[in-house]
Design a protein around this ligand. Structure first.
Ligand SMILES: *Cc1c(COP(=O)(O)O)cnc(C)c1O
Length: 487
């Protein structure tokens, strides 16, 4: 069994084994004809159940053969131009290369003595991102597992800042008096974080959005005033820069001004919109982000990085101390005086992947303009898709895209009840998924069922969008036809 350990004696077997795996995936990518096979959980579960984990196959080739039927054959493929579903992206090769390197070396980014250069590379990428945001020299940050964790950490810092001198770590301040303001289109991790942070049930005040799905800053101002009048504490305002559903960007300068006026922490959730930081033509859409106290970026959404790669950035690095604990076995307090860079001092995680290496390889090979240019391409594509939808009488589209999502729905020519239209759209989404021809997402707008394209693949064309719209209309019409016959 020692022959399976990766070390000096097995370097040749490592080379063979990983190369074989890479070749299988490369063949798969070349041969894939659709984003999905349409397999159902009921069909796939027995295949996986049949595997006896206590009877190993012994060698990598056999395990790879088996992997074909348990995973690769029916996986969802994000590189396919007709995958238009969620915010998971196709990946760039330099990042995949970084992934292969980082898992073989297996650095852990909690302490310097488990990472060495890895820590400095991560710090340099944090500085690079802060430069793009426009933060000053005091800024800092750390990589995280994803946007949800970044948002949680940002709100932890906000909570500690709001309660500093009124308890902090030492004792409970009156957490039930803290309020977080975010738009009705903000990510659900804001709510979850509030719960995890021990805030009250009604801690998150949902601010309505305008027609373009941007937070209404006039309502925000009124809610902040009401909060103050009631003697409550405006702990944080979460502005979303790229809402998950619509890609809309809240009015950052107005929100920054209100945060300053009411002494609230300003967090910008740019999990989706962060790709604009590297965009050669659209960086201005994020103007005002430099006034935030903290920013969430998900490189695994709009920087074409494999899951996971995310970071939280803060304007004042000193605020990260709210996440600092010292343990004698890991990062004793003396290491601070000795200036040993231990990233765990800034992180909610302990053992932590060297995800930063993927972005490093991406920037070293492609450069920021290269990766930002890819994001620009999908934004351009979204504009084309909007024009198609707006001109198509079969469809109703909600808003002009700010970045790369389109929310729309099929509307029949003949009269149909709103419930039937909802059902027809849901049916079309499911039928499309089951066919494997394309994958689209869905959401609700004002209680009604809509469909969604999240465009993240520069290989997708307007012709792909047109073809998928024809498929959806076909399924929806078929459903309504059958419903009317049976009615
Ligand atoms: C995706 C998303 C998140 C959550 O990020 P994960 O990486 O999935 O945890 C948070 N906020 C917004 C706006 C998002 O789109």
């Amino acid at each position: 069994m020692r022959s399976h350990l990766l070390n000096d004696a097995t370097a040749e077997s490592y080379r063979r084994s990983v190369t074989e795996g890479v070749e299988r995936v490369a063949d798969k990518l070349a041969a894939t004809r659709g984003p999905f096979t349409g397999v159902t959980p009921a069909e796939l579960a027995p295949v996986i159940d049949a595997v006896d984990l206590d009877k190993p196959l012994g060698d990598a080739s056999a395990a790879l053969d088996e992997l074909e039927s348990v995973y690769l054959r029916d996986a969802v493929y994000f590189h396919h131009p007709r995958y238009l579903g969620h915010l998971n992206c196709p990946v760039v090769i330099p990042a995949v290369l970084g992934e292969a390197v980082l898992s073989a070396v297996n650095s852990s980014l909690d302490t310097w003595d488990q990472s060495a250069g890895g820590t400095l590379i991560e710090r340099k990428l944090v500085d690079w991102t802060n430069g793009r945001i426009g933060f000053g020299p005091d800024a800092d940050g750390v990589f995280t597992s994803g946007g949800s964790q970044s948002n949680l950490q940002a709100l932890l810092l906000a909570r500690e800042e709001a309660t500093a001198g009124r308890g902090g770590w030492e004792g409970p301040a009156d957490l039930s008096r803290l309020r977080i303001f975010s738009s009705e289109c903000s990510h659900f991790s804001v709510q979850k974080s509030a719960k995890l942070l021990g805030l009250g049930m009604d801690a998150v005040i949902s601010i309505p959005v305008d027609r373009d799905k941007r937070m209404q800053s006039v309502v925000l101002a009124a809610e902040l005033e009401a909060c103050r009048a009631e003697g409550l504490v405006p702990m944080a305002i979460v502005a979303t820069a790229g809402t998950t559903d619509f890609g809309s960007i809240d009015p950052l300068p107005e929100i920054a001004a209100l945060a300053a006026e009411y002494g609230a922490w300003m967090h910008v959730d740019a999990a989706y919109g962060c790709g604009l930081l590297a965009s050669p033509t659209r960086r201005h859409l994020l103007d005002g982000i430099e006034r935030a106290d903290s920013v969430t970026v998900d490189f695994h959404k709009s920087f074409f990085q494999p899951v996971s790669s995310s970071a939280i950035l803060v304007r004042d690095g000193a605020t990260l101390r709210h996440a600092t604990y010292h343990a004698d076995y890991l990062n004793p307090a003396r290491t601070v005086a000795e200036r040993i860079p231990n990233q765990v001092d800034k992180s909610l995680q302990t053992t932590r992947r060297f995800d930063a290496l993927k972005l490093w390889m991406t920037l070293r090979v492609m450069g920021a303009d290269g990766v930002g240019g890819l994001f620009d391409e999908v934004c351009d594509l979204a504009a084309e898709g909007f024009a198609l939808l707006a001109a198509d009488p079969r469809y109703e589209v909600v808003v002009e895209p700010r970045i790369s999502t389109l929310v729309y729905r099929y509307v029949p020519a003949a009269a149909a009840s709103p419930e039937d239209v909802d059902r027809a759209n849901l049916h079309a989404r499911k039928a499309l998924f089951a066919s494997g021809e394309a994958v689209v997402a869905g959401t609700k707008v004002d209680g009604r069922q809509y469909l969604k394209f999240t465009l993240l693949n520069p290989e997708t064309t307007a012709a792909d969008i047109a073809a998928v719209l024809d498929l959806i209309a076909g399924y929806a019409e078929q459903y309504l036809g059958e419903t009317l016959v049976h009615a």
